[in-house]
Design a protein. Structure first.
Length: 316
């Protein structure tokens, strides 16, 4: 039995996730956003703890970046497995759903706003309660966190940060999409780990990661920038760059693997007409009732495990 779903199956699961999220209760979407910001901050905390070693920062900065890249993905893995929502993943989902006319053209603004605010709340809760007020960081960790934040904000301009954010979300969306291709937990972990490792080691910029990394540094009162510069660069520039990065993956996926011939709902309607009452199927059947083999043709009543599995991983 294959350990992967097809690219067409995963692509259409992302497309259909758009209208599901659009119809979801606002409270649930907000809580999913809080969870994602909170969980991603666990990886950010590990990154800042590792920055406390001044010898590595001075004599082996490349090695330090590699080590930070190796530990940061723990947060995204928890997000994928616990089905929380990152705004950076929803960027790709709503772009795909909008292109395929599954949601109103304004739905992405509404959806992104809810998840963005939830991500920010979760990140601030982690930075404020579990790091700052708990005084879990040593003075060296606080100094390292501030120095890293200075390099991410005040040391680069808007254009540079925007470009780094583009590279970041291409990799983040690839990580989550690869996880949605896998059927078992171990494969999902491996598939999502390495693209995140690359983005952190390279120094790309992620708007939600910065919600923790920069705000935790600001709370140390050792940074050489203020809230205004953080908002201008690490929020606005990062967000806009992340949107472009999401589009760079979402649009090719729709073009290459999101054709109407692979649409499970369309196939379900056609199969209902052909099968008649003996099948017990209706025109309202879910994507979970259809299996799309590699050929792209649907087999009605076949194992629906792939659909449930993929739908569960369309989170970010």
């Amino acid at each position: 039995m294959s350990q992967m779903v097809t690219l067409e199956q995963a692509t259409w699961s992302w497309i259909e996730a758009g209208p599901r999220k659009h119809r979801m209760d606002v409270g649930k979407r907000f809580v999913k956003g809080i969870m994602a910001g909170f969980l991603l901050s666990t990886g950010g905390m590990l990154v800042q703890i590792m920055s406390a070693n001044p010898w590595l920062a001075t004599n082996a900065p490349g090695l330090l970046k590699i080590l930070q890249g190796a530990v940061f993905p723990v947060g995204l893995v928890m997000i994928v497995l616990l089905q929380a929502d990152l705004v950076t993943g929803e960027m790709a989902i709503f772009i795909m759903a909008t292109v395929k006319r599954r949601v109103p053209y304004w739905a992405f603004l509404y959806g992104w706003a809810i998840t963005f605010i939830g991500n920010l709340v979760g990140s601030l809760l982690y930075a404020g309660l579990l790091v700052h007020y708990s005084e879990i960081y040593t003075p060296a960790m606080n100094a390292g966190a501030a120095a890293s934040a200075n390099a991410k904000v005040s040391a680069i301009n808007f254009r540079e940060l925007w470009l780094r954010a583009i590279g970041c979300n291409v990799l983040v969306c690839i990580a989550v999409f690869q996880a949605s291709l896998a059927k078992d937990v171990a494969s999902k972990v491996v598939a999502s780990w390495f693209p995140i490792f690359v983005f952190v080691a390279a120094g790309f910029e992620h708007v939600v990661a910065n919600m923790f990394l920069v705000n935790a540094a600001l709370m140390t009162r050792r940074t050489n920038f203020g809230v205004g510069e953080y908002v201008w660069k690490s929020v606005i520039a990062s967000f806009l760059g992340n949107v472009v990065g999401a589009a760079l993956l979402a649009l090719p996926l729709v073009y290459l693997h999101g054709g109407d011939e692979f649409d499970p709902s369309a196939t379900a309607r056609g199969s209902t007409i052909e099968a008649g009452p003996k099948t017990g199927m209706t025109s309202e059947m879910s994507v979970n009732d259809i299996t799309l083999p590699t050929s792209g043709r649907a087999s009605v009543g076949a194992d629906a495990e792939w659909a449930k599995d993929v739908e569960a991983q369309v989170r970010q």
